[in-house]
Design a protein around this ligand. Structure first.
Ligand code: SAM
Length: 241
């Protein structure tokens, strides 16, 4: 791959200590093509310009690994993954991960199954469910080393949707945009009830337009009580604030 967009993407990641092989770069390019093609048939993303996809979807997704040592992570769950962000870019960059993608929209799940197959990714499970229902399945509850979600909900709600999936001792990292102070300030009750403890809030800027991003790291310190998550729809209607 020696075109400028892919070349710069590889260089930006190399500066962060992440090396991608030609095969991995080819997987990112195939993912980009499939995303744009399927986006004509269904609503997957508002971002379709190639460089924008590489920066705002691919680089942004992989940024989780700037702050979490992926070598220590065996299992990753991405809740409300949509078109596969951040889960699929992380799986391309870190093929050892056992990845579980959860989304409540079946069309998106079909796209993800197709992409995982097209890219030859092994160890990817796509689950069509509301997070509130999926978190009640014994094989998914308290099961993951790392759980993440990008652009799904505000932190108090997100804690209820994501923390039940995390192993005690594992972490949940919420991938957020510009300002998180208010959301973090509102998250005390949900953290207490769900067994989480606030860790670091990491910050970086995307290449090119330099938009700010924040990643909120939360440790699971206790098992989530059986009462959570509440029935599908209730957490959004009555967030734990
Ligand atoms: N994470 C992706 C990204 O960053 O591009 C998608 C973000 S999109 C704005 C939010 C996604 O969360 C949608 O695909 C939606 O179907 C899913 N979602 C919202 N609430 C959910 C829930 N309770 N359980 C599972 N998925 C949910």
């Amino acid at each position: 791959m020696n075109d400028q967009i892919a070349g710069r993407f590889a260089e930006w990641l190399r500066e962060r200590g992440i090396g991608l092989s030609d095969e991995q770069l080819a997987q990112f390019e195939t993912y980009f093509r499939e995303l744009v093609e399927w986006n004509e048939k269904m609503n997957l993303t508002a971002i379709t310009e190639r460089e924008q996809v590489y920066v705002k979807h691919f680089y942004d997704s992989v940024s989780l690994s700037f702050f979490v040592p992926m070598a220590e992570v065996g299992s990753l769950a991405d809740i409300g993954t949509g078109a596969g962000f951040p889960g699929i870019p992380l799986k391309i960059a870190y093929p050892h991960l056992s990845l579980t993608l959860v989304d409540s929209l079946n069309k998106r799940i079909r796209f993800l199954e197709h992409v995982a197959d097209r890219l030859g990714l092994e160890g990817v499970t796509c689950i069509h469910a509301r997070a509130e229902d999926a978190a009640r399945k014994p094989e998914l509850r308290d099961a993951f080393d790392l759980v993440t979600a990008r652009a799904v909900a505000r932190l108090p709600l997100l804690n209820e949707l994501c923390l039940p999936f995390v192993k005690t001792g594992g972490r949940f990292v919420a991938m957020k945009g510009s300002d998180v102070t208010e959301e973090v300030g509102e998250s005390g009750r949900s953290l207490r009830e769900l067994g989480g403890e606030l860790g670091k809030v990491h910050q970086f800027r995307l290449p090119l337009e330099e938009a700010e991003r924040h990643l909120v790291e939360i440790r699971k310190v206790r098992r989530t009580p059986k009462a959570y998550p509440r029935k599908a729809g209730i957490p959004a209607k009555h967030p734990l604030v």
